[in-house]
Design a protein around this ligand. Structure first.
Ligand code: ARG
Length: 460
């Protein structure tokens, strides 16, 4: 048990209490952030004259040595230490002696951990954003390739109107684009440095908080030291953004699972992204999509957990806040992995264009257009709606599509039908006449895809 305190205690900590209180098993993830923060802190301490330049150099060398040894695997971060901060400081003192004891001057573990977590989260925000931008470029590529691939669009999971695969994927492009922009906002708002907040009330040393903020790539120091040590809003915002990303991935996964089913056969998931059954030799299961959908629960759980942890904490730091880490780390890794795997699954997905086109044609997705055709031939819309209803009923009985009816059959239901009906209700016409902004028509999609490409270019 190596801890940084104990002077005012007359008894050793109970073993179970020690273990319950310790955080090393999970905050060891903050090792490189802790070292980074300490380096900035000692540079600043020397620049304001709190330690000498020689002490600074000794401490920096010691910290670098620890970093190197841990990275090489020569030094293990063990649960013998209470937390990552104690591990670094104790090892520093072991290595360089008295100078090491000066590292913590003007600092508390409260502002130290606030900094470490913020640095870690900032990196995770950037990594998530990069993975999303890659996913967006995969989606844009599929949109370009499938601008004329006709498929049914659904409402209530019932075939509704014909769209294209590009149009369907374009909807997800917009969702993930908003996710990227959300991350950008979060990064802007969180990019202030809590180091120098001390335990809660700043410090009497003449710390230069602007200097440490700058050394660590922040816009500046946080404005209030009580807030600096106890703010976890940025993490809540990030977890909330991760929940939204995961919700989008989960919806998309659900669609891929449905499309990949034996009944739909719109897509086929690549062997590399499928798994088999131990008993049923014919099975090829969409486990990756199912797991992405399933992991949504734990990501939502992390957000709920932190919101609940924070809701009753009086200012400033309280140990409850140590609970901000495990589930947040898990959520960050989970979402990152899900984005990358989902992206790979999409990149290798094959599309059964004929099945999709047939499904659109045989699902009465052109019924609205058939009604519009009658309207253009002088029939009031409400009457046209009723006539096409009868046409659909007739087709269901005969198990055919509207396009398969002869002109005589159509005329028997309404004399307003003419030879040009077939052209008017072909899938191509139905899609390509839809040219309002954001609609699936070819020319509208060309514009939409251009917007997607412009966005991607702006992200590089
Ligand atoms: N392990 C603690 C955490 O994660 C570090 C800060 C401890 N500060 C304290 N005063 N006990 O929040």
């Amino acid at each position: 048990m190596a801890q940084l305190w104990g002077g005012r205690f007359t008894k050793a900590t109970d073993k179970m209490v020690y273990d319950f209180n310790a955080s090393i098993n999970f905050d060891k993830k903050l090792f490189s952030q802790d070292i980074r923060g300490s380096k900035a802190h000692v540079k600043m301490l020397a620049s304001v004259g709190v330690i000498t330049e020689a002490e600074r150099d000794e401490i920096l060398k010691g910290l670098e040595g620890i970093e190197e040894d841990v990275n090489k695997g020569d030094l293990e971060i063990t649960s013998e230490y209470e937390d990552i901060h104690s591990f670094v400081e104790a090892n520093l003192i072991d290595r360089i002696g008295d100078a090491g004891k000066k590292l913590h001057t003007g600092r508390s573990r409260n502002d130290q951990v606030a900094l470490d977590m913020r640095l870690y989260t900032r990196d995770a925000v950037e990594d998530t954003s990069k993975a999303l931008v890659h996913l967006l470029s995969t989606i844009a590529g599929i949109m370009e390739e499938h601008i004329d691939t006709i498929m049914p669009g659904f409402t209530h999971l019932q075939k509704a109107q014909p769209i294209t695969l590009a149009h369907h994927f374009g909807a997800y492009f917009e969702m993930f684009k908003r996710d990227v922009l959300r991350l950008k906002d979060i990064r802007e708002r969180m990019n202030y440095c809590p180091l120098g907040s001390g335990a809660l009330a700043g410090t009497t040393y003449p710390l230069d908080r602007n200097m440490t903020a700058e050394l660590l790539g922040f816009y500046g120091p946080t404005a209030n030291s009580m807030d600096g040590v106890s703010d976890r809003d940025y993490l809540i915002e990030f977890l909330s953004a991760l929940c939204t990303i995961q919700m989008h991935l989960s919806r998309f996964s659900e669609e891929i699972i449905i499309w990949n089913s034996n009944e739909y056969r719109f897509v086929e998931i690549d062997d590399a992204y499928s798994t088999g059954s131990s008993i049923m030799p014919q099975k090829k299961n969409p486990d990756i999509a199912e797991l992405v959908r399933g992991k949504t629960g734990r990501v939502y759980g992390a957000l709920m957990s932190l919101l609940t942890t924070m809701k009753g904490i009086p200012l400033a730091y309280n140990k409850d806040m140590q609970e901000d880490k495990e589930l947040a780390f898990d959520a960050m890794k989970t979402v990152q992995d899900c984005i990358v795997l989902f992206d790979g699954m999409l990149e290798t997905l094959s599309f059964n264009k004929d099945v999709m086109a047939n499904s659109a044609k045989n699902g009465f997705t052109n019924a609205t257009d058939a009604a519009d055709y009658l309207v253009n031939h002088g029939v009031p819309f409400r009457d046209a709606h009723g006539i096409i209803g009868q046409v659909v009923l007739y087709c269901i009985e005969k198990n055919i599509a509207i396009d398969d009816m002869s002109l005589d059959e159509l005329k028997a239901i309404s004399p307003a039908f003419e030879e040009d009906i077939y052209e008017a209700i072909s899938m191509e016409t139905c899609v390509n006449k839809r040219l309002t902004i954001g609609a699936p028509g070819h020319d509208a999609m060309v514009n939409e895809i251009k917007g997607c490409r412009d966005f991607l270019a702006s992200m590089n």
